[in-house]
Each structure stands twice: as C-alpha cells, then as structure tokens.
Design a protein around this ligand. Sequence first.
Ligand code: IMP
Length: 478
Amino acid sequence: MVHHVPPTTPGHSDVLVGLQYGDEGKAKVIDMIAGDYDVIARFNGGANAGHTIDTPRGRIVLQQVPSAVFHEHVTLYIGSGCALNLWKLIAEIELIESAGIDLTGRLVISDRCAVVAPTHFVLDGLNSDEISTTRNGIGPCYADRARRVSGGERSNWQLRDLLADTDAVVEVMRRAVEIELGAASGLGADAREETEQRFASIADCVERVRAFAESDPAYLSRRVAAGANVLFEGAQSLMLDVVHGDQPFVTSSHTVPAYAYVGGDLPPRFHRSTIGVAKAIVSRVGNGPFPTELGGEASEEYFDAASRSGRGREAESAEYDAEALLGSDDDYDLGVALRMLTNEYGAGTGRPRRVGILDLDQMRTTVETFGIDVVYLNKVDCLDLYGRSRYEGVPVKTTSANTGASTVTVLPVFSTENCDPSDETSLPAGARKLKDFIEEQVHVRVAGFGLGPERERMVRFADAPVPDLVGADSHGGA
Ligand code: IMP
C-alpha cells in the first residue's frame, strides 16, 4: 500500500558524475547539455578539479566555477559542499571575465563553503607524495571542517565567517600556522613565503568574492520549486570517493551522486536522473588500484617516479617513438603509446596519466551501486589506435557468461573519422556493436559517444532517455 503520493515539482535536478578516476570529459558533456538547464551546480571538491572545455570561442580550463560559463542564461552555483580556494577562485573569475564573459548575477557561491586556509596547503604538501594529491589543501580543509576545533581554537572557517570579520578569522588562522606547522618538518623558506603571500592577499580575495556570496541555504530549493532545472556537476569521480574508493588513494570528498543533495544544497525530492560519463581509454592520475592498467605495476611505479620528479609530456615526446611502441608485444609500451597519442597528461600539471583498457566489470558495479541512468562514453575516436596494437581490435574487460571469471574480450576495431556527429546512422557497424555490447554488459543505456574534444563531436543516441528530453515541457526560466 502506498502511504503517500510523491510530490510533482515544477523544476527538476539531474546529477552528472564521472564513473572512473576523473578526467573522463565531464565538462565537455556539461557544456553540451547546459543550455537545457537554468543552473549548473558544483557540490564537492574544489580547485583539485580541472575541467577543460573546447568551444568555438576557444579552450578554457576551469577548476571551481561550473563548466557552463559559455551559456549566458545559466546560473553557476557553487554549493556548500565545496572547499573554496579563494586565491585560485579570483584568478579564475579574472580569466573568465577576460574572455568577455560577465559573471555578475550569474555566479552564486554558498557562504557555507569551507575555505581552504594557508596552513592547509602546507599540510597537504607534507603528505601529498603518498597519494599524489593535487596539493590544493582540500584534504586538510575537509579534515578541519570535521575537527571543528584545534588547540582550543576554531579550525573550520566558512566563507560567511570571513565575510563577517576577515581580520578576526585571519588572526586565528595565523596562530594555526604556529600550532600546526611550527614543529612540522619540511616547512622550508618557500612554504613560509607562500603562506605569507596568501595571508597578505586573503582580505582582498574575500572582498572580491562578497558580491557572489549567497547566504540563503534555500536559494536553490526556491528556484527549483519555482520551475528552474538544475544539473549538478560532480568533480573527481566515483572511484575516488572518500568512502567508496580505495583508501587512502581517494580524494577527500564524496563524489557519489547522492552527495549532490548534501553539498549541492537541494532536497532530494527534486531528483530526476543520474548521468555517468566514462572514457573508452581509461586513465588515472594518482596512485592506487587500477585493475586494467596497461603495464600494471611497472606503469604505476613509473607514474609515481614521474610525478615526484616532474617528468611529463615534453620529456616523453623527446624520448619515445609512440608509433613504434604502439605495435610492441608489451602492454607497458602500449600504455605509453596511448598516453602520448591520445594526450593523457594532467590538464594543469602536465603529469603523465596511467592508462588502461575499458573496464566494463567496474562500470557495471558502479552503475548498479550508485544508480546511473545513462552513460556518455568519451574518446571513442581513439579506439582505432588499438588496430595497430598487438590486440588488433578493441580490448575491454568483461566477465565471462560461462565461467563468471574476468576476461578480456576483443571487439572489432572501427574508425569514426568520417562520421557526422549529428547523424548517428553515420557511425560504422563496429561502433554500434560497441554500444550494444556495453548496454548488454553494464545494463545501462548509452546516451552518446564522444568522437573528439570539441562539444559538437558527440554523437547522441535517440533511443537513450536523455534527461533534457524527458520533462522538457517543464523546463522553466526561473
Ligand atoms: P586531492 O583531491 O588533491 O586530495 O588528491 C587525491 C587524489 O585524487 C589524487 O590521486 C589526485 O590525483 C586525485 N584527483 C583529485 N582531483 C582529481 C581530478 O579532478 N581528476 C583526477 N584525479 C583527481
């Protein structure tokens, strides 16, 4: 017996998350569908994210501002679950404004966001090599949010505290430098100078952010109740969730879709659907388990040494012949070749990313566990490189229907070079086969294949219930 009738709401919210280890091309999908929404909202993470968008107006890499800056009617909301890096936020706002985009009235930041303090960067640096963090202070910031008090003083500062009395907060933050870092080894002159620079500019940053701060925790609820549609933009990805990923090789926030309704400041009653984004050639930028990594342990060790020494794209292209490595008998070489030929280097850092084959077992588990309705798969155009590898086809990890054991299935190779992304019938048979195979193995609808970095290089499948088509009649301008 039904005890209540679920509410029908004028507006809706969808959640978009990465299904693998980050860098799946989420920003490109957001940029493509953002025009169908009124608000794009972030709910987790901070400047550890690097969201690259290629548009006819140029390329822009965003870290904290949601990836819909090129859609002028769309509000960009930063929810209270995010860790704000004020210094980088100001630089990002200036970058966006220098591209001729006015953020006045469009960028809205919850004043309950945790602010990354100068000490957090240093603390992150001290332990960063173990898990290769992005050194943005995110982990220590969230840790201090949970700790609340340290050495008898508050340890967590929300944006609203700084807006109310910057000087008083900065005074306590300064005392924390001595308490937290006084005895810490490795706090060299550089770290002290960097910390000083952050203190010197924090008050200016707070003043610049003031115009964008929102003090009403019901801001989004009110808008959606009045008919606005929201798309939540997940940062990092499911395999990096602080609880569901493999500790300690995770980020420090929740990346699962349900967290959008905590860190995104909206009640779950408005939820409509969940969109997953994955990459056909998988990559991971940090240490930690990666079951389908090409080259296995040797590749992980190489990544670890490269990130410690700063070795990246330039060193590799000077030293290696990617085409020769592509045909090698050794998967380690194939991984290096795919990284070079498909440009798998950190968007900001240039660090080499670890590369692996598509893992449909992992995708099935994440889709089932976290409730993913449709999947966009990026970099499908890159799969043709496997045709020149020892696999002579596209290797994907699956489970054998007969034995239940993990196996590598090799699918036919295909080229998408001559495809018209606006016409799904122009896709070759091999691409259709890949779509059917994923749907059968993962039990999810494939909504689109990315065939290149630009927004328009995405084939969308008409038979997938893409969220902006469902309920388009209730799309409001609120
Ligand atoms: P943190 O989030 O800076 O603490 O880093 C923790 C781990 O998450 C490291 O392995 C990072 O490389 C990884 N990570 C954090 N943000 C991203 C992202 O946006 N894309 C991919 N990996 C990320």
